[in-house]
Design a protein around this ligand. Sequence first.
Ligand code: UD1
Ligand code: CA
Length: 486
Amino acid sequence: MFGWLVHKKGKIMQICTLILAAGKGTRMPSANPKALQTVLGEAMLSHVYQTAAYVSSSVWTVIGHKAELVEKHLNKEFGEAAGSHCVLQTKQLGTGHAVLCAMEKIKDSIDVENTKILILNADVPLIKKELLEEFIEKAKDYPLSFISLLLDSGQNYGRVMRENFRKNVQHAPIKTHTENTGNVAQIIEAKDFRLAYPGSEIFEVNSGIYLVDAKVLLEYLPKLSNSNAGKEYYLTDIISLAKKENIPVEAFCFENAKALLGVNNPLELNQAEEILQQEINLSLMQNGVVMHNPQSIRISPFAVIQRGVEIFGPCEIYGKSEIESFTTINSHCVIKNTKIGENCVVQSFCHFENAAVGNNAKLGPYARLRPEAKLADDVHLGNFCEIKKSVIGTGSKVNHLSYIGDSQVGSGVNVGAGCITCNYDGKNKHRTIIGDNAFLGSNCAFVAPVKIAKNTLVGAGSVITKDTAENDLAIARARQVNIKKR
Ligand code: UD1
Ligand code: CA
């Protein structure tokens, strides 16, 4: 679809998405704005943004509370275009006000007559592109439409009020939307809803997802008022405003679609995370990924795990990690944005972030890969070894208690226990180069910048400050003296 849809009268309309992410999230106490609260390691906003990008030609995000953090996040995760498509809502006066701010900013960059605005809240992390596509297909001929849900209770959602509730109520019990076919009259927010209202036993609620002609928004948003229990400009009030002027409004009921769960508090966050975790793990197992204790395995929807991978929980694999076939990940590992090749064994308690590993590697237990660590094929990395911004060549071994930072290590190198690259002089970082087949004895310090040539043998306990030539034996330590004890 990619953001274009064909209107009934043959007119081609463009879809522009607005994600509302300016709210503070008062029901979710956290140092981060609610939109950045994570579900399986990804900000809720990222889940929504990624899905929105599939169905729209442009995505705009309304930011407000801790706006700089949200903008920075979008820049980092989705590129500068995402960051520059932010609209600042300086005061969070309500969802209607948020959309108004956005429309004022974007109206000159869109073709108002031929644009439909898809509005999403940032707090629906389970949203799926198929669901949005289905909604758009159903809703494309209506100037103003939204998705409603049928729940077992109203919770804190806005309640969908239909014109012939009364009539329907006489035919109780009313359970499904099909028995409740009156036209939508208005949405009443939870705070303003009274049990005495007709139809209050029908829990048809607003999902917060709308498809509206840009023209309709521009006409009705400025007419919203904030005379309600929340003293906010509710976006939901445009329904009754438009209805009064005979604009057709339609609600498409998606029953109790879990994908539309709004996440407003820690409990709902946990529910959303569990639902998504089950979906992802089920689909991975169906595709041939072996999981032991899958209830404790958390995998980002953005990660790619190939058939034949075996994972032992508890374990977390986040971000755009990729794991190739027949690799085993043992328990208690945290892997973020890291690619791991085929036939590798990752022992327990490893932490990897923004790194890459070739095929047939043996890693851990307790190994750490920090950003820009790149391991070629057949590398062994043992316990308590940390690699940062370094390349480790084919078949090299760093097996015990080492730190390799800002380095280039050739192939076939043996890094003895306790070797350290001293890459930081207090002000700047410097590089260490270690040639192929070098053998570094235990407990050596390499004071960068320094180059160890191919086939160098470095004696244990050396502090290396000078470059070596090929086939050198380098020793830099005080000679041992044995004297008689007194
Ligand atoms: C909203 C709907 C409600 C619906 C529910 C679905 C309104 C008035 N209510 O309620 O009918 O059932 O979603 O989940 O729209 N935001 C801003 N600026 C603001 C206020 C909010 O950008 O001034 C953003 C928030 O960051 C959030 C989204 O809008 O992402 C929705 O706000 P929230 O407070 O969660 O609304 P609900 O009470 O859940
Ligand atoms: Ca919400």
